[in-house]
Write a protein that binds this ligand. Structure first.
Ligand code: ZN
Ligand code: ZN
Length: 270
């Protein structure tokens, strides 16, 4: 093929790609590079730089069980546990999260959850997998359920899509064993105690599901105070589960002020 024809063919192909795929990153608004390296041809409308931007959550002081970060050692006992874990108020046994709920990670979660970009399940699932130690073993992966009305409005349960990504990698089945029987009021603006009260009795293990002796991995997208996940974990334990580990993409950093070490501003909006 003569050079000019090749150039024309390439231009036509690029034109077609531009039509088929979105051309701007939905996070940073930079054009996606379809026709030059690193060839960002995928159904994910986010550039590779933004997909690689989220960083691991870092904290100097945190609870050994729920990994809640603190500005100093004072809230932790000799065993390294926070007051909630010490008093058994957290229904789960371990918690793993990837990053702080701010910046790019927060934007990616919003795109996935509220703007219907379901294709983000793979890159977000990959981040989630990085947060979970490889040696952890589970009998089943349980997605945090949505109330049926919320699920119907959204068209999917984001935790279920993430659970499938983890199930593939950890070779454990997804078990849709628990349902949300109460459409709870939004938790934003409530104190920890009010949040616990708000979600009391919100979850129920489905009839006939036996969980005796099972080690379960509960998957959620964002962990705020852990009150909702805690109530769900307790319902799973009442049905016989021996261990419930919580895995979430992001956690809100509630240390407050500007001393937040994890990824800049405290950004606790939404
Ligand atoms: Zn970008
Ligand atoms: Zn704790």
């Amino acid at each position: 093929m003569p050079g000019s024809a090749l150039v024309a063919a390439r231009k036509a192909a690029c034109g077609l790609l531009d039509l088929l795929f979105p051309d701007e990153c939905r996070v940073c608004d930079e054009p996606l590079r379809l026709c030059e390296p690193p060839y960002e041809i995928s159904r994910v409308p986010v550039c590779s730089r933004c997909l690689n931007a989220p960083e691991f959550f870092r904290a100097e002081f945190y609870c050994a069980a729920c990994r809640t970060p603190f500005v100093n050692r004072a809230p932790l006992d000799e065993a390294g546990l926070c007051a909630l874990c010490r008093l058994g108020l957290n229904g789960f046994d371990h918690v793993y999260t990837f990053g702080a709920y701010d910046g790019t990670l927060r934007r990616l979660i919003h795109l996935f959850k509220f703007e219907g970009v379901e294709t983000l399940r793979k890159p977000l699932g990959a981040l989630l997998a990085r947060a979970l130690p490889r040696e952890c073993g589970f009998d089943a992966i349980v997605p945090m359920p949505l109330h049926w009305r919320r699920r119907w409005q959204r068209g999917f349960n984001q935790s279920e899509l993430l659970a499938k990504e983890i199930a593939r990698r950890w070779n454990a089945p997804v078990a849709d064993v628990v349902h949300r029987k109460k459409a709870t009021a939004p938790q934003a603006g409530l104190t920890s105690a009010q949040r616990r009260k708000n979600v009391q009795g919100a979850f129920e293990v489905k009839k006939g599901r036996r969980l005796e002796g099972m080690r379960l991995l509960l998957i959620d997208d964002v962990l705020t105070t852990g009150a909702t996940a805690s109530v769900c974990a307790r319902a799973l334990k009442r049905a016989g589960a021996t261990e419930v580990t919580l895995l979430a993409l992001a956690r809100r950093d509630r240390r407050g002020g500007m001393e937040v070490a994890a990824g800049g501003a405290a950004g606790l909006g939404s």
